[in-house]
Ligand binder design. Sequence first.
Ligand SMILES: O=C(O)CCC(=O)C(=O)O
Ligand SMILES: [Fe+2]
Length: 382
Amino acid sequence: MPGTTVVMSLPAAATEWPGPVQRVQELADSGLKTLPPTYVHPSPPSRALAAAPIPVIDISALTTTTNTTTPGDPLGRAQAMRALLSDACRHWGIFHVVNHGVPREVLASAMSVSRAFFSLPASEKRRYANNPVTYEGYGSRMGLDPDATLDWNDYFFHHLGPRADPRNKWPRQPENYRHVISRYGDEIVALSRRLLALLSSGLGLPESTLAEAFAASPAEQLGATFRINLYPKCPQPEAALGLSPHSDPGVLTVVQQDRVSGLEVRRVDGNDGAWFRVPPVEDALVVIVGDQMEIATNGVYKSADHRTAVNGEKERMSLVVFVNPEGEKVIGPLEEMVEMAGGERNFDEMSYNEYRKFIRVLGVQGKSILATRASKTKYPTD
Ligand SMILES: O=C(O)CCC(=O)C(=O)O
Ligand SMILES: [Fe+2]
């Protein structure tokens, strides 16, 4: 609502990190027995968490082109699946999908080239050291606050598209990295488009509405970025986090977890702030709703506040594709959604390029960035 939104002031972006960057993998490999103080979280998370009761949704029953049930599906299995998806987005902002159509070998080879990259010598990886302007490359921190508690995580981040030549920031080794990750990106973005169509009809809107909300037509201009997260074995896992609580700034995030648990999510409905584990499910991909989806749907679909735990015995890796709006596209609540809410507009609008500067400068802090754009919705802050 114009005039009621608190505008968060954004410190000037810097071109360099606030201090020397410590690679977590190198720290872990040095065999240290206690956590350096910069990684000790002031209020360490509880480790006795229940598994999140989020659905594992088999999307093979859903057609991508029509709003009707699939032929030979008289009981309306497709309708039921669509309802499950929509329900998960309204109450959790996160769900698993199985029978998602991404071939198993595409998933496995992406994991294997990503591991191969992180197995390269430290000197080779450092050639890709990133900066806080675009974040592209090899990184070990988020945000510019010199006093921030650091997360037990190294990552590699790059664009998948639609920029003309996004690959100049991609790893050059292992040799098959570009081939494998291009295919992976294509498959995951295609899956995301199918999900967007389903999520659109889950709101009672035409299948094309959400895709069009995030990109000027043609819908091919949705952005996609890729992040490999490495969480090395941690000497004091109970005191650290792999990634601090955050919501993803974009539209949808698709995560391939390896077999090591670590992802955790906060319940969004009811606002009681309870955290749950999201244990890996065989052959499933995790789908996370991002802030732009919450904004466009006027708060009906909720972005998930999530974080990762680390562990003392096993290294963990996750492959993450972020599907984002076209950078210059201004995102606000869809008129159809405002109408459904009786004229209430719950978020202010902003271009996606402007919005993502907040996380790039301030780092990750729960849903606080989205909260500054919301006129009414309250989010847990502790
Ligand atoms: O490692 C995971 O499971 C989730 C990673 C994540 O939330 C992110 O990269 O934004
Ligand atoms: Fe995330």
